[in-house]
Design a protein. Structure first.
Length: 75
């Protein structure tokens, strides 16, 4: 069985479920409060409101994470 919610979602067929702030925080290794601060400053991964809840798309989290790379891997 996959160890993370993201890995579990990737192993299923069909649409990938949206991630909660708690899942994304665990994946990135940061406190949930940091995600809320990033949202306020508009510097974190794209977040969507579903009703009154915040949700993330895993592909957008991964794209944001890739964009945070501060060194060149082609050296």
């Amino acid at each position: 069985m996959p160890r993370t919610p993201r890995a579990a979602a990737a192993s299923r067929t069909g649409p990938v479920p949206l991630a909660t702030p708690e899942e994304v925080a665990a994946y990135l290794g940061v406190p949930v409060k940091t995600l809320y601060q990033w949202r306020h400053r508009r510097i974190g991964p794209t977040v969507h409101k579903v009703g009154r809840h915040l949700r993330y798309r895993w592909r957008e989290v991964d794209a944001w994470l890739d964009a945070q790379t501060s060194y060149d891997l082609t050296v």
